[in-house]
Design a protein around this ligand. Structure first.
Ligand SMILES: NC(=O)C1=CN([C@@H]2O[C@H](COP(=O)(O)OP(=O)(O)OC[C@H]3O[C@@H](n4cnc5c(N)ncnc54)[C@H](OP(=O)(O)O)[C@@H]3O)[C@@H](O)[C@H]2O)[C@H](O)CC1
Ligand SMILES: [K+]
Length: 464
């Protein structure tokens, strides 16, 4: 249910493993360039193209792509920013039979960007501008100049028409803004050993187990949502927990009104509501105000052993004493699963600004607190205290509307309550929730409101 994502250094180590096994750098480059050309002809009709080659091995790939496109009848021009500087790039340059020109001043309509890959420093601004004005760019391995390991744009502004990721997905393909600037990503395997235990992975559709004849409402997960003053938010979280498959959802608060959905159990708050051993997860924060009553509820939730999802108002309360976060969240019990689900503003209040390397920031927050930390955004990032991390698909921009975070909190509650049933560890369970939420948004389409996600969640579960 995930695809490994390798840093530049991990990619180089994986390549080295192939070299150690006897594959030559030239063979590997041929494989990479041929695979890239294949991915291009599968997506674009034959047309005039300029292949722009840099001095390193990304440029080397470019000469291979040029040869394969020309062999398939494409009118290909090749331009070199600088002469090849590695043995394999020189070998590939020698195999290109056509002319090699200097980088043209006039921008052509279609350019294969084989200038820099994982070895790139930030581009000269004039080169970044040149690339950004090309109507359609096909990026080899990654768009030149973007930071491979953080996804930071470093002066690049225009999205590629296609990025051909060679061998491994890297953070640049998965984390915003880089992921957006890659455009559609075609992953071309070149035989790199990709460990299933990669420290970073992109979330793929989760393999959810359906209920069977032995299931009952409790085995399917009991989720308790603790309401605060703004009950709409808690209702969204509670119904989202139901629609993502929980067997029993209880909304506890003060004067919780009766009405649809009638399957939602409502109870008046009393600390004893959290004593039921059948509770699989608690969600607290959506609609929670800063009152003393809310504070008491938060403390009660943090005292229980089962997984607790802490969102919105709960995060605001935790931010008031952030130095004590780790002990407040788990006390002495390192087994306790706590999930913090901040957006960037809430993250900043708890941990300081996200900064230019969101993956590192989220990992540091998880390590500091001992909690799972989910930074919500266009590509949500989830990290565990041990450094493992997941990144979500690029989610619909229509999710930027009130209440969608409350829905996600509810789905997280269900997936954590059902984790053992699905065979997920807590990180994978929250990864499944991120995927379901993103898929529900896709199904809900433009101008969605958070309530629409409740219905489309049902269909997202059916597709998982
Ligand atoms: N290892 C393999 O056999 C395979 C690699 N693949 C492809 O290779 C690239 C990575 O290649 P690498 O040579 O390590 O790095 P780059 O081609 O990305 O760039 C390094 C050279 O470019 C110079 N550079 C970097 N940034 C700039 C810049 N902003 N301006 C000018 N010049 C720049 C850099 O110079 P230095 O001074 O920094 O040393 C190098 O000369 C990978 O992405 C794949 O495309 C194949 O995929 C598989 C086989
Ligand atoms: K490139």
């Amino acid at each position: 249910m995930t695809s490994p994502v390798l840093t530049a250094a991990e990619t180089r180590a994986a390549e080295q493993a192939l070299f150690d096994a006897g594959i030559t750098p030239v063979d590997l480059m041929e494989r990479a360039g041929a695979g890239a050309a294949e991915a291009i002809v599968a997506r674009f009709p034959a047309q005039e193209v300029l292949v722009a080659c840099g001095p390193g091995n990304n440029g080397g790939d470019g000469y291979v792509v040029a040869r394969h496109l020309a062999e398939r009848g494409w009118p290909v021009r090749v331009a070199a920013l600088a002469e090849p500087a590695t043995d394999q790039a020189r070998a590939m340059r020698a195999q290109w039979a056509g002319p090699v020109e200097a980088m043209p001043a006039v921008v052509p309509p279609l350019v294969v960007d084989a200038l820099f890959g994982i070895g790139a420093r930030a581009l000269d601004p004039a080169l970044a501008r040149w690339l950004d004005t090309v109507p359609a760019v096909i990026a080899i391995d990654q768009p030149s100049g973007i930071d491979t390991d953080t996804g930071a744009a470093r002066g690049r502004a225009a999205a590629a028409a296609l990025t051909v990721a060679l061998g491994a997905l890297k953070p640049v393909h998965a984390i915003m803004p880089g992921a957006g600037l890659c455009g559609p990503v075609a992953h071309v395997p070149i035989g790199l050993p990709l460990s299933e235990r990669a420290m970073l992975a992109r979330i793929a559709p989760p393999a959810l187990r359906a209920p069977d004849a032995t299931s009952n409402k409790y085995t399917r997960g009991k989720v308790v949502v603790v309401a605060g003053a703004m009950q709409g938010a808690a209702f969204l979280a509670a119904e989202a927990a139901q629609r993502s498959g929980a067997g029993y959802v209880e909304l506890v608060g003060d004067d919780v009104p009766f009405g649809a959905p009638f399957a939602l159990v409502r109870r008046a708050w009393d600390a004893s509501v959290l004593e039921d051993k059948r509770i699989g997860a608690v969600v607290i924060g959506p609609g929670l105000d800063a009152s003393d009553t809310s504070r008491v509820r938060l403390e009660a939730a943090l005292a229980i052993a089962c997984p607790v999802v802490l969102d919105a108002g709960a995060l605001t309360q935790l931010a008031s004493d952030k130095d004590a976060l780790a002990s407040r969240l788990r006390g002495d019990d390192r087994e306790k699963v706590r999930l913090l689900t901040p957006h960037a503003g809430e993250f900043e209040r708890l941990f300081g600004p996200v900064g230019g390397d969101p993956l590192a920031a989220v990992r540091a927050a998880a390590a500091k607190t001992g909690a799972l930390v989910l930074l919500k955004g266009a590509t949500s990032i989830l990290a565990a205290p041990d450094g493992r991390a997941l990144v979500g698909p690029i989610a619909s921009p229509w999710l930027s509307t009130a209440g969608t975070g409350d829905v996600l909190a509810g789905v997280c509650g269900t997936m954590l309550a059902q984790a053992a049933w699905h065979g997920f560890d807590p990180l994978e369970a929250v990864g499944a929730a991120i995927w379901l939420h993103a898929r529900a948004a896709e199904l809900a389409g433009p101008a969605l409101i958070a309530d629409d996600l409740l219905w489309s969640l049902k269909r997202a579960v059916a597709k998982a």
